[in-house]
Design a protein around this ligand. Structure first.
Ligand code: TTP
Ligand code: MG
Length: 354
């Protein structure tokens, strides 16, 4: 039997800002991208701000309308990355099997021969994140990743939950179907036509019917509603790729503005590469037009790089070659694929010279 812990820090960016400026404690607070007085977008909101209906991805102007007294702080990715790193390092003291899935979320599998129960470890880890780092996190313990993740979201913030072995399906049964990862508004409304609203309702639908309606996704829904998931916790090795993207609040065809945004993304990507200790052989540009048509274009370099200037040159080149001028852009993204460690990069370069 497996024991999987899921960890998700609470209001992460906002909590770090509060930690660094305790005057902000208990104030409605948003961390936002862009100009606080202009067209910013909310990255996250403190729980005090969420009570006003403010949430991630909301235009800042809307947040200010809902909660005029909200404190707005600009995003500082480097600072959050540092705290994320500290939390993940603590998690790795409990098991080598840590899979970080976002800046503030990780699965931790406790090997069966682990002497202490996962619950004890998870409670201790939660306490140490609070005392040694100063952040709050919610932790869930279950027999698989899916149940641990869904359970975690039911007890946020500062929560703790254990789903005992054998109780997975019963635990999920009362929850609405859209608590499942991958069951969004479209799935929800299709199921609603069958009067299927909870995961208990969903588990009672014959799998053949779900498969007929949803294809392969139906098989996933059926298993997930029963709390079944055998996906492994994959210890962090090398990430396949690193990427950053920005959605404009308003679509834009302003070339200077697009180039400025690309430069900013490239600087961020180079910084992430540096921090992760990788160089990239392939640089990717992602471009989404206002009509949602999306292009990804890439170049592969003769030598791997993590330099901001080189990344920027590649991306600008791709942009100049592929952007159709005067077409309004909704989203820009940059990515680094084919990651290598610097020692491997040197080896590759030597092989090329030989
Ligand atoms: P989440 O874990 O989704 O959100 P959270 O930690 O702020 O709040 P909670 O987990 O308690 O619900 O995301 C982690 C961080 O990622 C978040 O603090 C800010 C950033 N983020 C964005 O920048 N944009 C987004 O749309 C989302 C969802 C998160
Ligand atoms: Mg979080």
């Amino acid at each position: 039997m497996r024991q999987v812990i899921f960890l998700d820090l609470d209001a992460f960016f906002a909590s770090v800002e509060v930690l660094l400026n305790p005057d902000l404690r208990d104030r409605p607070l948003v961390v936002a991208m862009g100009n606080p007085h202009g067209r910013g977008v909310v990255s996250t909101a403190s729980y005090a701000a969420r009570r006003f209906g403010v949430h991630s991805a909301m235009p800042l102007r809307e947040a200010l309308r809902l909660c005029p007294q909200v404190v707005v702080v600009p995003v500082r990715h480097e600072v959050y990355a540092e705290y994320s790193h500290r939390v993940m390092s603590l998690a790795r003291e409990y098991s080598p099997l840590v899979e970080q899935v976002s800046i503030d979320e990780a699965y931790i599998e406790i090997p069966p021969e682990g002497e202490r129960a996962a619950e004890t470890m998870a409670r201790e880890l939660q306490g140490r994140i609070r005392e040694e780092i100063g952040l709050d996190g919610t932790l869930a313990v279950a027999t698989n990743k899916l149940v641990a993740k869904v359970a975690c979201n039911t007890v946020k913030p500062r929560g703790f939950v254990l789903v005992p072995p054998g109780q997975e399906q019963a635990f999920l049964a009362p929850l609405p179907v859209d608590r499942l990862p991958g069951a969004g508004p479209v799935t929800r409304s299709r199921l609603e036509r069958w009067q299927v609203r909870t995961l208990g309702d969903l588990a009672a639908v014959p799998v053949a019917e779900l498969q007929a309606e949803f294809g392969k996704h139906g098989l996933y829904l059926s298993a997930a509603a029963r709390g079944q998931d055998d996906s492994p916790v994959v210890a962090d090795g090398r990430p396949k790729s690193l990427s950053l993207e920005t959605t404009f609040e308003y679509d834009t065809r302003d070339r200077a503005r697009l180039l400025r945004q690309l430069d900013e993304l490239c600087a961020g990507l180079a910084e992430e590469l540096g921090r992760a200790g990788y160089q990239a052989r392939t640089i990717v540009l992602k471009l989404r037009y206002a009509d949602f048509q999306t292009l990804t274009r890439q170049v592969t370099l003769p030598e791997a790089t993590a330099g901001a200037a080189e990344v920027r040159n590649c991306v600008r080149l791709l942009f100049e070659r592929h952007w159709e001028p005067r077409r309004a852009v909704r989203l820009l993204g940059v990515g680094a694929h084919n990651l290598v460690e610097p020692s491997e990069a040197r080896q590759l370069a030597m092989n090329l010279q030989e």
